[in-house]
Design a protein around this ligand. Structure first.
Ligand code: NAD
Length: 479
């Protein structure tokens, strides 16, 4: 990439200012490309291109044809799987196997929403005699998508692809720390016949390009995924033009283990739910609540797993890669140092092999236990491979501790008692509950989103598709 990373109206270009941002490989800390530093001018052009294409051509393309384009895109992504997975792994620093899973998920999003495009419909409503009333389901117009760096391919799938399937034109502001896969897929979408202007990408910084997009008066909907702090800024900007928003924000999701938990996959899942993507997953199971009589046994086994984590460069497919940036490395390292200086008990910590590139942003995955429910490490989203464990007495206390969080994204429950599975599923205040498994946000078909500070609105599945449409009521009086 040479810095021509802005895609507007089917053409690649640089920023008007000529300014660029470096693309850093988190595994080595070295630059391997450049991104255009787009801002308000480029966002304005992109929104106008989207508006023109929506009104002049896209709105006239049938849902069947929209679906076919997305199905072709799904196939192209599958054909380019290896190249895209390498790009995603290198760019985000995520282990190759995880990047491969993300590219498969992206292809599946295109398949799912491509197949759903012509199944989305309104309804007729019963009303007074002499009337026929229809609720027409229509696209919104121009949708904006502000996405983060941790799962660029998957975020693109669940947000942008769903919006395109619903018939909208889109403008995307990807995360400045990692967006190579998004750029590659924009090009593939163009090649499989998505009309120019329907999908536009403006690379740049959050407080420049991101802010300009959130504020743009001609945007009809904003789908934001990122931190709660930025989510608040985006909501404020959107409020200035009365623009609806979907907020997919952070989490501090509990995994709750009862004494009677038996599932064979449990230990591997408890570990992976935290360490996957180096802990940089909004739905990471980053706090674990364990019933008292099994606390020591489970903590000790998890401690072994943490201690034996293979850390390394993304393309070597380790258990855990680096964090995304020097800034995140500094942030997470400071939280860990504080925990150690306070004397928090570490129950297992990975080692850094000498062979690991010294410029990479690696932190050593670690589990602390027991940790007080009020401790900052239990309350704050670390966004690194750090797990905290807290014991509980009974079901009531498990529910109280699980819900004692300003977040409410996901929860995992491990028990073989059927009644408890149902009681817990109802009592947990969050958007997804996994019983004897932990989806970590997985499942293209499954609606996903949070409560409380984790956000509002749902993406994924048919629910996500509907959120990119609105209802128009038409009442016909025919006597
Ligand atoms: P972030 O909020 O800093 O950035 C997210 C996106 O917003 C980026 O594209 C960024 O450039 C843009 N942005 C930054 N400032 C902006 C502004 N003033 N106006 C408009 N856009 C702006 O978050 P991050 O550090 O990239 O990602 C980490 C956070 O995202 C974590 O809190 C994590 O939990 C959350 N996250 C949530 C989900 C989810 O689905 N709920 C998924 C992934 C990440």
């Amino acid at each position: 990439m040479t810095g021509e990373t802005i895609f507007i109206d089917g053409r690649w270009r640089g920023a008007e200012s000529g300014e660029t941002l470096p693309v850093i490989d988190p595994s080595t800390g070295k630059a391997f490309g450049a991104l255009a530093r787009g801002g308000a001018a480029e966002v304005h052009d992109a929104v106008h291109a989207a508006r023109r294409s929506f009104e002049r051509s896209w709105v006239g393309v049938s849902p069947i044809e929209r679906g076919r384009i997305l199905t072709r895109l799904s196939q192209r992504i599958a054909e380019e799987h290896d190249r895209l997975a390498d790009l995603e792994a290198r760019d985000v620093g995520k282990p190759l196997a995880q990047a491969e899973a993300d590219i498969r998920a992206l292809s599946r999003y295109c398949e799912f929403y491509g197949g759903a495009a012509d199944k989305l419909h309104g309804e007729t409503l019963p009303y007074e005699a002499g009337y026929t009333v229809m609720a027409l389901r229509e696209p919104l117009g121009v949708t904006a998508h502000i996405i983060p760096w941790n799962y660029p391919a998957q975020m693109f799938g669940r947000s942008v692809i769903a919006s395109l399937a619903a018939g909208n034109a889109t403008v995307i502001k990807p995360g400045e720390d990692a967006c190579q896969a998004v750029l590659a897929v924009a090009q593939l979408a163009h090649e499989v016949g998505l009309p120019a202007g329907v999908l536009n990408v403006v690379t740049g910084l959050g407080d420049e390009a991101g802010d300009a997009l959130a504020r743009h008066p001609e945007v009809d909907h904003i789908s934001f995924t990122g931190s709660p702090q930025t989510g608040t800024l985006v909501q404020q900007a959107a409020a200035e033009h009365n623009c609806p928003v979907t907020m997919e924000l952070g989490g501090k999701s509990p995994q709750i283990v009862f004494s009677d938990a038996k599932a064979e996959s449990m230990m591997a899942t408890l570990y992976n739910a935290c360490v996957q993507n180096a802990g940089q997953t909004c739905s990471a199971g980053s706090r674990i609540l364990i019933q008292e009589d099994r606390f020591d046994e489970i903590v000790s086994e998890l401690g072994q797993r943490f201690a034996h984590t293979r850390l390394g460069p993304a393309l070597e497919n380790p258990d855990c890669g680096p964090l995304i940036s020097a800034r995140q490395h500094e942030r997470v390292s400071a939280m860990l140092e504080e925990a150690h200086s306070e004397g928090l008990t570490s129950q297992g910590r990975a080692t850094l092999a000498d062979s690991i590139p010294s410029g990479g942003f690696y932190v050593r995955p670690e589990i602390f236990a027991p940790v007080d429910p009020e401790h900052p490490l239990t309350r704050r989203e670390v966004f690194g491979p750090v797990l905290v464990a807290t014991p509980f007495r009974d079901e009531d206390e498990a529910i109280r501790l699980a819900n004692h969080s300003e977040y409410g994204l996901v929860a995992g429950v491990w028990t073989s008692d059927g009644g408890r599975q149902l009681r817990m599923s109802r009592a947990l205040n969050c958007g997804q509950v996994f019983v004897n498994c932990y989806g970590a946000g997985g499942g293209v078909e499954l609606p996903f989103g949070g409560t409380k500070r984790s956000g509002f609105g749902r993406e994924k599945g048919m629910e996500g598709l509907k959120s990119f449409t609105r209802i128009k009521t038409v009442a016909i009086h025919h006597g």
